[in-house]
Every structure is written in structure tokens, then in C-alpha cells.
Design a protein around this ligand. Structure first.
Ligand code: 4AD
Ligand code: MG
Length: 434
């Protein structure tokens, strides 16, 4: 009889049959004549294997005693449906093979570990149920992002990681680039996205972005993933409508398809179920007044700090837009607000529950001369932006776009406090390994 292998998530098809499941030991328990192995293979809730001494060859039974946590193994047995089993099925073992033993000093034990220790052991920490749940939510969000834009006729464009110009105001990572001078790791794909929007109409980019920021906050990574849609003929109001629809779509997808993971993470999903359009849209100037009344010492012209953001969203059960910031607080490419030229046509979307800025977006300056003036005012090297100015020279167009930070969005959906857990191998100011 040839051997049938199954992953844990496929066991439903094999009820009553004998299969072999391969994975790693996550829990062991024995009462002398009956033993239990809980094993995980990454596909689903870990599987309980039941070993009965009398029903197994002696040598297979003897192997149980040698098993340790995180050993890799193959268990062969009959698949049984059982409502009491965590995943709905268990395996009545008839054979056990140890594939790779794991010494008793496995670093991650079922006790509290400090965060630095866990991050030093990130390559192993990834195996824990909480980390697996976060990774699955992240994947769901990524897939939902592609689906959302595919369904709406957006073209996916991959923009370069090595660039010659600066996109945002934050710190740059640089490297020598042959005889071409310095190149920078992309802080954003947006400027290329704008060129692509003039070629393809509606596009989105989805890639890693880099910020040499010396900020050690819960929300900052030096390498993070950003989704940046860019739409021809969208003004800022349409841009915000799309953001609302997009964020609701992502939340809805996780609520329907990742309920088990959100449960594992003990996420209070009632806080996600209220995420429905429309989201409040608060003009910046009004936000400053509200914050001052709440005791913040923010003054007109300042960007909102993390504490201000938390104060402002405290009254809401869904994300909140803060619109039309002062020019000086924002990047050079944002379009001047015709109704108040001290400000620009932009919005930050702040997640409720104090998770902070999830999206930054704006209508883009489409007036060639105004854009030149902004580049000069910011002291940016004009020669690096020649191609970007061409987009205003050859058939300028109303266009808008935004950037959604993937890790911040995943942290918010998962209810995870620090975004370092929302990417497999986080890069932060003091961490580039493992
Ligand atoms: O507000 P930001 O800097 O906007 C841009 O980069 C624009 N080019 C976007 C656009 O209009 N196409 O960044 C956008 C989002 C933030 O709202 C945040 O979610 C995330 O990217 N982000 C970070 N996430 C993790 N670590 C960091 N250091 C981040 N900086 C920004
Ligand atoms: Mg921003």
C-alpha cells in the first residue's frame, strides 16, 4: 500500500482513511498507556495525534519517549472526525517516525520572554501560534489588496527600489551607484506611479520602501511595505472615497476569512465591525481647535504628533480623515488648496483605537510652475526632478493617489500593539538581524 501524505488543513477529505502527516511537535502529554502529540505543520490549527500503546508496533511507541518539543516528525494514522478536537479532526496513530530531533535547549519556551530575546530569535519565534496568525492576516490583506484593485481595473506597476531622487522628507538610505553618483533606496514609489498613471490611467504599486528614520516608536520600521494607487482624473474627494471603500474591503475580508486568526489574537472584532463608510472628514484647522480644547499644545502649522492623533480619534468608532494640512507640514508634490493657499489638498487617514496614520494621500500639484517653486523652496535638486516635471509639461492632468502602510494596517486589524510583529523579519534602527 503506498503512503498518502496530507497537510492538516486537508484532513477532511481523508476521514476513515490512513494518512501520514509531517510537521513539528508543539505539545506532548502521556499517561503511560496513551500518549498525545500535538503537531503543527503551518497549514491550520495544530493536530492532535493519539497514540495507544497496544495499538502500535513497540518500536514506534518507544520513539514517543524520545520526542522533544520542535522535533520534526511524521505520524501515520487513521483520520477521525471529532468535534472536541481543536481543528475538528484527530489522528489515531499507527506509526511514528522522528525526522529531526530538537535538543532540549529550544530557545522559545512556554513562558514570558523579553522582546529583544524574541526578536533575536525571530527565525524561531515565527513558529508560534500568535505569529502564524498575524502572518496569515497579513497574507489575507495582501491578497485582498490585489483583488480590490484587479476588480476595479487598476494596473499593478512595480517601481524601482534604487532611485536617484528623494520622494518624502524622511531620512534616506544611500549607496554608491557605479559612475552615476549616489542612489537612494526608495522611500516611495509614488513619483513613478504618477508617470505610470499618465500611461495607464489607474495604477497601484506594492513594494518595500525604506526610511532611515531614527524613530524608535511602535509604528516605525526602516523597511516597510506600501501600497500606492495613483489615479488620473481623480480629485482629492474621489481619492478619499476610494480610500474608504478600500479600507472597508480589507477589514471585511479579514472578518470573513480570518476569523480564526483574529480569535487566536484575541482581537475585539466589535471594534472592526463598525468600520463602515463614510469616515469622518475633519479639516486640519478644525482638528487643531478640537485638540487645543482637549488640552494639546499643538499650534496651527505643526504636524499632528502620535498623542494628538490618539486624542483626536478617541471619539470615533471608525478611521478618521484629517484634511488639508499646512503646506509646510507636507511633501512638495501636494496640490495647493485653491480655497486656502496656506494649505494643500491632502488627507491622512488615522486608524481609530489610537493606531495612528495608516494612509497619507493627496491630489498632486499639476501646475508646472507651482511645482517648480515648491521644489526650489524645499531646496531639492531640480535636475533630479526633470522627468517628474515632464508629466506637467506634456499633457498635465488632474490626478491623486495615496499610500497605505501594510504593517500599520495589519497591526490595526490584528490589534497588535507594535508593528514589528507584523512583518516576518523586521528592520528597525537597532535591528538588521536575523
Ligand atoms: O505618509 P507617507 O510618508 O506618504 C507617502 O509616502 C506618499 N508617497 C504616499 C502617496 O501619496 N502615494 O507614507 C504613507 C504611509 C503612512 O501613512 C504609513 O502607514 C506608512 O506609509 N509609513 C510607515 N510604516 C512603517 N514605518 C514607517 N517608517 C512608515 N512611514 C510611513
Ligand atoms: Mg504621512
Amino acid at each position: 500500500m503506498s503512503q498518502t501524505f496530507s497537510r492538516i488543513d486537508q484532513l477532511a477529505q481523508f476521514v476513515g482513511q490512513t494518512v501520514t502527516v509531517r510537521g513539528w511537535v508543539s505539545h506532548l502529554r502521556s499517561s503511560g498507556k496513551v500518549a498525545f502529540i500535538v503537531m503543527r505543520d503551518g497549514s491550520a490549527t495544530p493536530l492532535q495525534c493519539v497514540l495507544v500503546k497496544k495499538q502500535m508496533p513497540e518500536e514506534d511507541w518507544a520513539r514517543f519517549a524520545a520526542l522533544t518539543l520542535e522535533s520534526s516528525l511524521a505520524v501515520t494514522g487513521e483520520v477521525r472526525a471529532d468535534d472536541r478536537a481543536p481543528g475538528g479532526y484527530e489522528l489515531g496513530a499507527s506509526a511514528l517516525a522522528i525526522i529531526g530531533a530538537s535538543p532540549l535547549d529550544y530557545p522559545i519556551q512556554p513562558k514570558e520572554h523579553g522582546i529583544d530575546f524574541l526578536l533575536d530569535n525571530r527565525h524561531l519565534w515565527l513558529r508560534s501560534p500568535r505569529q502564524v496568525a498575524i502572518a496569515r492576516v497579513r497574507h489575507e490583506v495582501e491578497q485582498a489588496i490585489h483583488d480590490f484593485f484587479y476588480e476595479r481595473g487598476f494596473l499593478h506597476v512595480d517601481t524601482p527600489i534604487l532611485t536617484a531622487s528623494q520622494g518624502e522628507r524622511s531620512g534616506l538610505f544611500s549607496t554608491e551607484y557605479f559612475d552615476e553618483g549616489m542612489a537612494y533606496l526608495a522611500q516611495t514609489g509614488q513619483l513613478y506611479g504618477e508617470a505610470a498613471a499618465a500611461a495607464f490611467g489607474r495604477i497601484y504599486t506594492f513594494g518595500p520602501t525604506f526610511r532611515a528614520e531614527k524613530s524608535k516608536t511602535r509604528r516605525h520600521l526602516t523597511e516597510f511595505w506600501m501600497i500606492e494607487p495613483e489615479m488620473a482624473w481623480y480629485d482629492q474627494a474621489m481619492n478619499q472615497d476610494l480610500q474608504e471603500e478600500f479600507v472597508c474591503y480589507l477589514v471585511e475580508r479579514c472578518l470573513t476569512r480570518r476569523a480564526a486568526e483574529l480569535k487566536e489574537l484575541e482581537r475585539d472584532i466589535s471594534k472592526l465591525e463598525t468600520v463602515k463608510a463614510p469616515f469622518p472628514r475633519i479639516p486640519y484647522t478644525e482638528a487643531v481647535e478640537i485638540l487645543q480644547k482637549k488640552g494639546s499644545n499643538i499650534t496651527w502649522g505643526d504636524d499632528l504628533g502620535a498623542e494628538d492623533e490618539a486624542l483626536l480619534v478617541a471619539d470615533y468608532d471608525r478611521p478618521v480623515f484629517v484634511c488639508n494640512y499646512p503646506k509646510e507640514a507636507k511633501a512638495f508634490y501636494m496640490k495647493e488648496n485653491p480655497d486656502d493657499p496656506r494649505t494643500v489638498l491632502c488627507a491622512d487617514l488615522l486608524a481609530h483605537e489610537g493606531y495612528g496614520e495608516m494612509i497619507g494621500g493627496s491630489q498632486r500639484e499639476d501646475d508646472h510652475d507651482k511645482l517648480v517653486a515648491r521644489i526650489q523652496h524645499e531646496g531639492l535638486p531640480m535636475e533630479a526632478y526633470g522627468w517628474y516635471l515632464d508629466l506637467r509639461k506634456y499633457g498635465t492632468f488632474v490626478h491623486s493617489g495615496f499610500g497605505l502602510g501594510l504593517e500599520r494596517t495589519v497591526a490595526w486589524i490584528c490589534g497588535v500593539q507594535h508593528i514589528r510583529e507584523c512583518i516576518a523579519f523586521p528592520r528597525m534602527m537597532h535591528r538588521v538581524r536575523p
